[in-house]
Write a protein that binds this ligand. Structure first.
Ligand code: ADP
Length: 449
């Protein structure tokens, strides 16, 4: 097992990794930017190293600085969290060259799943269903795009091959807007990922986003855990997640779980990862992508399965064996997560950084909060706006919703605007209570667009 883990991240996920490491008896090193000196992950870790100025490109993405910090402190492993360098093959390779274990999959698995077109091809080969779409990147000046879109059938969606966080995506309902949508998606993709390549897919109408947590060990064993339903999204970004999904049946769960396992096996996957699918109203499911890291929403799976996913991730990276099978897993009740962001829901979700005054985060039966904020903490404007994840667990979905509503009402974060009030509205929504919500739920039933 590792002796010391450096966490190449910040915020709540850095704190989460420190907690898991500490329970395993492993020392921790936090890295931070100049803007994050007073952050909770810095206070929580055994040691901390400043790796650069506020801008992420000079600090949390600064590979030479991070590797130096690991070498100076004698860390034998690096946990990348999510975002930043978590899916960067070059970083995984540098870690390996320097004799430091990258707590994640092999470089080749990240590479194969990182390019969405390549991943689609591999899935077709592995008999995992994919959304009908283009075989490769599409270009606005290629006259064949019109024929292709017609063949796929409108509406289509243009997506970035290097995509992430819902960026570089455009839905196209008819021929007139196709060219423009490709150009806009390319510009957005270039700005967000440094790669302008986009491809075309059938836009699945009223889809449900259903994903499967998988775990793999170095001995070739892969297991899947019960699904997470992440259909409540704003601009293709998840806001609320729940497990199990109120939408799918036990038999579909098994079928999709097995497809997720095949997807992971196709790239020789180790540690933890997530296979994302879209499910249409006729219960057809399609592979969308695989995220080769721990996900923001992992706690809902932990809550209903009793498995500490970050601990498992560390154990598996250290070469330990998976100690259970998918069939051993019992679903214990129902779990919901609300992402609380420092954003103003009344001003088009404008970021709301600044100093937190009085702070009270909820607790009591069935409530878990993963957060890095505290009274007097100043949220810097440089990074993502997630400030807390509230996770409610109940014996039934109804109980989890009641608990979440209660927890949201207890939440007091003074000094900044946050999205707790929006979550309260969602928890009170009749459509949500009925359980059948697709990815257009928020726009249709909460914002009434
Ligand atoms: P990202 O990597 O940017 O998160 P994903 O491929 O995971 O992109 O898609 C994010 C979200 O975009 C999905 O959860 C879904 O809401 C929407 N989406 C993506 N592809 C399609 C599609 N073919 N049809 C309908 N919605 C889609």
């Amino acid at each position: 097992m590792f002796k010391k883990i450096l966490i190449a991240n910040r915020g709540e996920i850095a704190c989460r990794v420190i907690r898991a490491s500490r329970e395993l008896g492993i020392k921790t090193v936090a890295i931070h930017s100049e803007a994050d000196k007073t952050s909770m992950h810095v206070k929580m870790a055994d040691e901390a190293v400043c790796v650069g100025p506020a801008s992420a490109s000079e600090s949390y993405l600064n590979i030479p600085s991070i590797i130096s910090a690991a070498e100076i402190t004698g860390a034998d492993a690096i946990h990348p969290g999510y975002g930043f360098l978590a899916e960067n093959t070059y970083f995984a390779e540098v870690c390996e060259t320097c004799g430091i274990t990258f707590i994640g999959p092999k470089k080749t698995s990240i590479e194969k799943m990182g390019d969405k077109i390549e991943a689609r091809k591999l899935m077709i080969k592995s008999k995992v269903p994919v959304v009908p779409g283009s075989d490769g990147p599409v270009s606005a000046d290629d006259p064949k795009i019109f024929e292709l879109a017609k063949k796929i059938g409108y509406p289509v969606i243009i997506k970035a091959t290097a995509g992430g966080g819902g960026k570089g995506m455009r839905i196209v309902v008819s021929e007139e807007s196709l060219k423009n949508a490709i150009l806009m998606a390319q510009t957005e993709a270039k700005a967000a990922f440094g790669n302008p390549d986009v491809y075309m897919e059938k836009y699945v109408e009223e889809p449900h986003h259903i994903e499967f947590q998988i775990l793999g060990d170095v001995h070739g064993k892969v297991v899947y855990l019960p699904e997470r339903d992440c259909s409540i999204q704003r601009r293709h970004q998840k806001l609320v997640e729940e497990s199990p999904s109120p939408f799918i049946s036990d038999s579909l769960r098994k079928k999709m779980g097995k497809a997720a396992k095949s997807a992971a096996e196709a790239v020789g996957y180790i540690t933890v990862g997530t296979v994302e699918f879209l499910v249409d109203k006729h219960m057809n499911f399609y592979f969308m992508e695989m995220n080769t890291r721990i996900q923001v929403e992992h706690p809902i799976t932990e809550t209903i399965t009793g498995i500490d996913l970050v601990r498992e991730q560390i154990r598996l990276a250290a070469g330990e064996k998976l100690s259970f099978d998918s069939s051993d897993i019992k679903i214990n009740g129902h779990s919901i997560e609300c992402r609380i962001n420092a954003e103003d829901p009344d001003k088009d979700f404008m970021p709301s950084p600044g100093k937190i005054g009085h702070l009270y985060l909820p607790g009591g039966p069935g409530i878990r909060v993963d957060s890095h904020v505290y009274s007097g903490y100043t949220i810097p404007p440089f990074y993502d706006s997630l400030i807390a994840k509230i996770i409610a667990h109940g014996e039934t979905r109804q109980e989890a919703i009641i608990r979440m509503s209660r927890a949201l009402k207890e939440t007091h974060i003074e000094g900044i605007r946050n999205t707790a009030s929006l979550h309260s509205k969602i928890m009170e929504n009749e459509q949500f209570h009925n359980g059948i919500v697709a990815t257009d739920f928020l726009a249709k039933h909460v914002f009434n667009k």
